[in-house]
Design a protein around this ligand. Structure first.
Ligand code: GLU
Length: 629
């Protein structure tokens, strides 16, 4: 029968550490996959021995050490997560930071509550659904290179307020203490990693000479006109000054113009996003001081469902992440995904085809029905209702590819009491996603069983490329996650709710999907990934690897991934699958691509029997895990 997480953790528990070491640090330097055949539980545990004292799994080893230090000092998982997030702003500035936002999923062991601190960016009050339309070419959006690097792509950043809120309510340390390691790293510097070296030659850092905010980024990452190289010491005095100001005066320095005249970070954000690369005369950033002051963190209840007896808890709107992951899981549930004797099992043509077909159906729904439910009433319950899923499951045939005419959005409204049911025909939503492939995900647990799994982003690598001059942090281009042109259509013959059309104060639809798996009320696993819309499929692959394929947590993270992010697009796969299986998919009509690495998952698994914690970091980045005994 199906392998279970219970057997995985039992398997892990047999592998006790030999020595009595307190801290095991695993530096995974292999940049890409070199996996050959997917590992099975029998082929050896690649991760590090588990402990009981807490764990930090991040995409940068230094940040994992920061998390461990906070835990060792008595901090809880929320404290450690706060410190890790700020440290990543310094160490991995291209991926996340205080110029952006994210979703921090928290599980509190004592109260058994699981919820999300949502610090997603919001659209300024002066935004609208046509904000990305090219005035010279009505009906067309400004091209991506301009759209994604100009000030009008900048959403009101939420990270500092989000972390301050989390610390205030569920942490034990002050914001100043959480910031201390990041300040130290920014002031004393750290040695540039190969990954950072590979990223600093990005076009975002090399165009527009003369525009101060783009120059500011170049000054930091191309000192003396030369891009940073591996092992260069990167010192960031501007960022250190900013973090010190926050530590001293609190989040208001970031959110209230004039709050600290000596360090007017808020005013500097507003001034910086006025820069534009577009020729559009109205194309400068629209954010005002009022937008910053009125930014609000949201505390959200996750979306929940079950998969093979496990409780899946994931990210609700404004992310499409949790709903889409859960939809795909429920669509594949009738198939014996882990059972090789029945023609399924890891990487078999049937397993891969069922995954692709389920992704296509779920992504069709995502494109039409998902967005910020604070603004648009959407059938969230209906999308994952068993009766609705039962109408979609028969569309999947393990031995065939459904035609594009069939792989379209369904209508979950009849299964959702909250949604209005009308006699409407659904529009075909846009088929391709253009989200970035950056961001960072990390997972932290403490010795008391509190768990935090946190995806944080500035959208594209280097965000807009705009750095707040003198303050050393980059501004996001998150508003490009909105529909680039409005899609709403009330016409009953071509209905579209415009779920992800831009609107003042709205949060752009995300794919970020911090996720936890529970058994008998206790968290068994927690993970997430960067990767734009492929985040959803990275989380899905790891879930199947853990639950259906019986892999250990590191094996589940290592195994090659498969991802299709639109109904009519083509599946992407990593190297490592059986070539015969890939050929079988091609024979069914799937134009399988090999684009490179998909996602970067940082995960933990907790043994329900002895509470031992096992971490895994992704070899696709320079991952690091630190475990405390
Ligand atoms: N902006 C994306 C989202 O919120 C994340 C970007 C990425 O992972 O590359 O879904």
């Amino acid at each position: 029968m199906f392998s279970s997480l219970r057997s995985i953790v039992a398997h892990l528990a047999r592998r006790r550490p030999a020595g009595l070491f307190m801290v095991a640090a695993l530096l995974l330097a292999t940049p890409l996959l070199a996996l050959g055949k997917p590992a099975t539980a029998e082929q050896g545990q690649l991760g590090i021995p588990g402990g009981h004292g807490g764990l930090a799994a991040t995409s940068e080893p230094l940040a994992a050490k920061v998390g461990a230090r906070i835990l060792r000092g008595g901090g809880n998982a929320v404290d450690a997560a706060a410190a890790v997030a700020f440290a990543l702003n310094v160490i991995e500035p291209q991926s996340s930071g205080m110029g952006g936002g994210g979703f921090m999923m928290i599980h509190l062991a004592k109260s058994q509550e699981t919820f999300v601190v949502d610090s997603r960016e919001t659209a300024p009050a002066a935004s609208g659904p046509r904000m990305f339309e090219d005035p010279a070419k009505p009906g067309e959006a400004i091209a991506w290179p301009l759209r994604s690097t100009s000030g009008f792509a900048v959403g009101v950043p939420g990270m500092v307020k989000g972390i301050a809120t989390a610390l205030d309510r569920w942490g034990t340390i002050s914001l100043a203490v959480a910031l201390a390691p990041a300040i130290h790293l920014a002031e004393s510097g750290f040695l540039v990693t190969p990954r950072l070296e590979g990223s600093v030659t990005s076009k975002r850092l090399t165009s527009d000479p003369g525009v101060p905010a783009y120059e500011a980024a170049r000054t930091v990452f191309h000192p003396g006109g030369k891009p940073l190289a591996e092992n260069d010491l990167l010192v960031q005095p501007g960022l250190a000054r900013t973090l010190r100001a926050i530590a001293k005066k609190g989040p208001a320095v970031v959110y209230t113009c004039g709050f600290d005249p000596a360090n007017d970070i808020a005013q500097a954000i507003v001034d910086t996003q006025r820069a534009t690369r577009a020729t559009n005369p109205s194309g400068t950033g629209r954010m005002t001081c009022d937008d910053l002051t009125s930014y609000e963190v949201a505390i959200r209840q996750p979306v929940e469902s079950t998969y093979r007896g496990y409780k899946m808890v994931s990210m609700p709107p404004p992310s499409s992440g949790g709903l889409t992951v859960i939809q795909i899981l429920k669509l594949v549930e009738p198939f014996p995904m882990g059972d090789a004797d029945r023609g399924f099992g890891f990487g078999s043509p049937k397993t891969l085809n069922v995954m692709i077909e389920a992704m296509r159906l779920a992504f069709a729904d995502r494109a039409l029905w998902m967005g910020d439910t604070d603004f648009v009433a959407l059938p969230v319950k209906g999308l994952i209702d068993d009766r609705y899923i039962a109408t979609r499951q028969p569309l999947i045939d393990p031995t065939a590819r459904m035609s594009n005419d069939v792989a379209v959005a369904g209508d979950p409204r009849p299964f959702d009491m909250a949604a209005l049911v009308g006699e409407t025909k659904l529009a075909r939503a846009s088929l391709l996603d253009a989200e970035g492939r950056n961001t960072t995900h990390f997972t932290v647990a403490d010795g008391d069983g509190n768990v935090v799994t946190y995806t944080n982003t500035i959208e594209s690598a280097w965000g807009t490329g705009l750095m707040v001059p003198g303050f050393g942090f980059l501004l996001n281009n998150e508003l490009t996650d909105f529909n680039r042109l409005p899609a709403a259509n009330p016409d009953p013959d071509d209905y579209n709710p415009g779920a992800n059309d831009a609107a003042p104060g709205k949060r752009p639809r995300s794919s970020m999907a911090p996720t936890m798996i529970f058994k008998d009320g206790k968290p068994l696993a927690a993970f997430g990934s960067p990767g734009g819309s492929s985040i959803i499929n990275s989380v899905l692959n790891v879930t199947l690897n853990l639950i259906d394929h019986g892999m250990t947590v590191q094996e589940a993270v290592d195994a090659p991934r498969l991802s299709q992010t639109s109904a009519a697009g083509t599946p992407a796969r990593e190297i490592g699958f059986d070539p015969g299986a890939i050929q079988a998919l091609r024979d069914l009509g799937h134009k399988v691509r090999v684009p490179g690495a998909i996602g970067s998952v940082q995960a933990i698994v907790i043994d329900p029997h002895d509470k031992r914690q096992y971490g895994a970091a992704d070899r696709r980045r320079t991952g690091g895990v630190v475990t405390l005994r």
